[in-house]
Design a protein around this ligand. Structure first.
Ligand code: CMC
Length: 431
């Protein structure tokens, strides 16, 4: 098929047609550049951005029909099996995999920046102990802008790099402290001797009475989960970070905004919802009942961990996650885990069901991640916090890409107004 270079918009009221350039990326659908449309007195209408490319990006790419996800061109399966989260964070931020020298410098940078300003402990103490860790994460990450404000001239590339590194380094500490606070345990400081993911496990599970012994197989499984969650094109939270950042806002505040968006059950909150759903199902014999509820249009229930806006095939992250699930449960001798058995059977039944087949609903990354987290001893309330930790690498890479782009402008969507026409104010005693 020859690629179009122009698209023409015609009207049935005799108005002259309008031509738009058609732009091609390296992969994926061509885009119609409608930026000049406003000059002709029209806007496009696309709630939920079903067919709108909000930016040009080099960072990640999804082919939803093929079930393909790449970071900077590298397929997610290769990164998950051969790489580390530190390499992936570097790749997302700088565009290439690091050589061994670059990797050591980057890891050292992460270690040196992991600790938080001591006054931040006071910020934590302002929260209720039973607050959800995501509520605390959103608040504390936003508060970091009050502590690291002087290096955030977002129009300076070196400043941007510095805050991007600070964010990737510090968010695991914020996440682990949110958990410790919730548990009523003392905060565990980061340790220089640990690698990034091991350090997170140490900060989560060490106490003054007992140092947590990191199991390398489990640390590797968590590292792989971080790789799988690190970036995902222009999803809701990434778009939130970009939109917040487009005004020149402080990057810590932008990442806090991204976390708030991620927390929703249709986005990063789904991993917690999946585990709750599997526990509610309770037994494989009850699966048909839940499948029936998910298909019933009069019932708001959805099969959590199923479906995706872009993937109309297996989410490649779900396949890696299923494998990781097997490995972790093997290592911990938990192969008979009842929730895992329910998840496997639920996937099998749903994938044979006409409703799920016709709507192209497949398991997504969140379907198996909760089972792995639970086996690692991570409580449900921390699932989305760990997603946020991993996605911080993608958020800062996307934020930096946007501000480095000379074509960047403040994000300002328009609307179709359907409200009242101009009318006169009515004094209160006449209403
Ligand atoms: N269970 C039952 N039906 C579903 C489901 C589901 N999980 N997901 C979509 N559908 C149906 C939906 O009812 C609709 O049917 P109809 O065309 O008859 O109205 C059709 O499939 C299309 O769904 P949609 O809501 O229009 O699709 P969307 O692209 O707006 O939403 C989604 C995508 C992920 C929000 C949705 O599939 C969903 O709610 N899934 C469950 C939550 C979930 O697992 N979220 C994690 C997403 S992956 C992690 C991440 O990147 O955040």
């Amino acid at each position: 098929m020859t690629r179009a270079t122009k698209a023409t918009l015609t009207f049935d009221n005799g108005a002259p047609p309008i031509e738009f350039p058609v732009l091609s990326g390296t992969m994926g659908p061509d885009v119609i550049d409608i930026r000049s449309l406003g000059q002709h007195g029209y806007l496009t209408y696309d709630p939920g951005f079903m067919a709108t490319a909000s930016c040009a990006s080099r960072i990640s790419y999804i082919d939803g029909d093929a079930g393909l996800l790449c970071y900077r061109g590298y397929p997610i399966e290769q990164l998950a099996s051969q790489s580390t989260f530190m390499e992936v964070a570097y790749l997302l931020l700088y565009g290439e995999l690091p050589n061994s020298g670059q990797k050591s410098v980057f890891e050292e940078e992460m270690r040196r920046n992991a600790m938080l300003h001591d006054q931040i402990h006071t910020v934590f103490r302002g929260f209720r102990r039973d607050a959800h860790p995501m509520a605390v994460m959103v608040g504390v990450t936003g508060a970091l802008s009050a502590f690291y404000h002087d290096s955030t001239n977002v129009f300076d590339a070196a400043n941007r790099e510095q805050s991007a590194l600070q964010l990737i380094a510090k968010i695991p500490t914020v996440a682990a402290m949110s958990y410790k606070y919730n548990m009523g345990e003392p905060f565990a400081y980061p340790q220089y001797r640990h690698h990034y993911t091991e350090n997170f496990l140490h900060m989560m599970f060490s106490t003054p009475c007992e140092t947590y012994q990191v199991n390398p197989i489990l640390a590797r499984a968590l590292d792989r989960i971080l790789i799988l969650h690190a970036d995902h094109e222009q999803n809701a939270s990434t778009s939130t970070v970009r939109l917040a950042g487009s005004s020149g806002a402080n990057p810590f505040a932008c990442v806090a905004a991204g976390m708030a968006s991620l927390w929703g059950p249709l986005h990063g909150g789904a991993n917690e919802a999946v585990l709750k759903m599997l526990a509610e199902i309770g037994d494989v014999s009850r699966i048909p009942e839940f499948i029936k509820r998910a298909k019933d249009k009069s019932n708001p229930f959805r099969l959590m961990g199923f479906g995706h806006r872009v993937y109309k095939n297996m989410d490649p992250r779900a396949a890696v996650m299923r494998k990781t699930c097997h490995e972790v449960l093997d290592e911990l001798d938990l192969n008979g885990d009842p929730l895992f058995q329910i998840a496997l059977e639920l996937e099998r039944i749903a994938l044979q069901d006409e409703y799920f087949i016709s709507k192209k609903l497949y398991p997504n990354v969140d379907f198996y991640s909760g089972i792995v987290f639970r086996a690692l001893g991570i409580p449900e309330s921390m699932f989305t916090a760990i997603f946020a930790l991993a996605r911080t690498a993608g958020w800062v890479a996307q934020w930096n890409e946007m501000l480095s782009d000379s074509a960047h402008r403040i994000g300002r969507p328009r609307q179709q107004y359907i409200g009242a026409m101009p009318r006169d104010y009515v004094p209160i005693n006449q209403r």
